[in-house]
Design a binder for this molecule. Sequence first.
Ligand SMILES: Cc1cc2nc3c(=O)[nH]c(=O)nc-3n(C[C@H](O)[C@H](O)[C@H](O)COP(=O)(O)OP(=O)(O)OC[C@H]3O[C@@H](n4cnc5c(N)ncnc54)[C@H](O)[C@@H]3O)c2cc1C
Length: 497
Amino acid sequence: MEELDPEGLGYIELWQLEALLLQRDAYMSYSRPLSSGSGSAAQWSQDIADGGAQEKPATTAAPGRGGWRRWNPRRAAGRARVAAEENWRRAWVLALWVAAMAALFAWRFAQYRRSVAFEVMGYCLPTAKGAAETLKLNMALVLLPVCRITLTRLRSSWARFLVPLDDCIAFHKVIAMAIAAGICLHAGNHLACDFPRLIASSPGEYRPLAGFFGEERPTYRSLLSGVVGVTGVVMVVLMAVSFTLAARPLRRAPTRTRLPSPLGHLAGFNAFWYSHHLLVVVYLLLLVHGWFIFLVTKWYQRTTWMYIAVPFALHVGERTLRALRSKAYAAKILKVCLLPGNVLTITMSKPCGFRYRSGQYVFLQCPTISPFEWHPFSITSAPGDDYISVHIQTRGDWTQELKHIFVENYFSPCLPSRASFGELGMPEQKSPPRLLVDGPYGAPAQDFRNYDVLLLVGLGIGATPFISILRDLLNNIKLADELMVRSDEPNNIVQCR
Ligand SMILES: Cc1cc2nc3c(=O)[nH]c(=O)nc-3n(C[C@H](O)[C@H](O)[C@H](O)COP(=O)(O)OP(=O)(O)OC[C@H]3O[C@@H](n4cnc5c(N)ncnc54)[C@H](O)[C@@H]3O)c2cc1C
């Protein structure tokens, strides 16, 4: 490794590694003199920088490994360029989203600023209505980053060059935060400002609003017990539950074990997952809420359904398709092994029509354990294999139960060593439980073919996507060798001519 770090900084940068790997010749001419003790490490570093990367490394200013470096404008410009290259997709998506929210807010704000109700409720009303418009947009947008089938298709299209598909869940969370902020602004203004002002308005001030609220001035109670009030309050409560249980500290498994008994059930992945399904009710209530909205009389002004309809239909359509498709993809278990480190390897028959790329993952369901739980696992077989395999580390309830069912109940309980992998897991007479497969779904690692240099970094079970990638590369090397051997055969040479 010293050869890669001639200046003794204690680290190397990715461009150095890439230059090294792409320019084997340059590296070889460097490494030979170095190994014989006559070469200059700094010279090599310079060679690589000149030949392989556009940016030269900065010279060190302070002694010692990892010491601070003098600011170098070329280096800073290089870093800025790399940052721009890495982030321009995120930047334009976020900029467009913020601009859309700002435009919608401003448009509604200006509209209600000119309304008769403004005379009674003041700036609280346009603020609440502006926030409501961003809420409609965000309630529609938040569904898109979790439409997995659509996203997997987009990964294979030109859209992957423009849209940061690896950041979908992060974007989903950012939108959820904007929704929470929008709810505070919308509900807070209505409950704490608009309603009290409306109730306290003089008969003269109220008269122009009688067409919206009735001849008699409403009370706070009547406003809250109407369709809009009830749906609004129920939505806020359901979303508060769902958002709280989705928070990272509660979603993580250790929290569940740390909390006292009944509260423990409110933490963990399942609590997050099931509570997120409350949002289906929220969407239905939102449509009702949006239809009976205050201060609107014409149908085309009730725009909530216009925002929600397409993303909601897409999401429901995907979930239906996934349910139907997974029934068709019931896989036959061919082999189960227990590897060191509590890793269970399941090899299944490849369902008809199931095509995937290395790096992708599937959801597995074992109806014997739970007919509702789907768990994601990277595919570890290669696309060319005539089976699918997954490596599952036992982490919590579901994976423990899976191990229990497969290894202890249905298969020989022998604990294999790594070397005997291929011989293990011969099923006994009992037939194993069914496993349903849903997928495949796209993941960042599937783009490995787009690069000249592959550096696969994975810790523990996180390395599973790379098993598939390496198998795929090996399969392709073997195939290329076979083709070369065949083309060298005399018959083939004649044919070629
Ligand atoms: C894209 C992806 C690929 C994965 N690939 C592999 C793999 O190849 N091999 C492997 O051993 N593990 C993999 N995992 C992790 C695996 O899904 C979880 O370890 C498993 O679901 C744990 O379930 P449990 O009930 O046994 O554990 P729990 O104790 O409930 O959870 C353990 C951890 O897994 C997370 N988790 C639990 N259920 C789910 C779920 N349905 N979806 C997402 N995360 C969940 C929890 O947040 C927690 O952090 C992958 C996860 C993802 C998101």
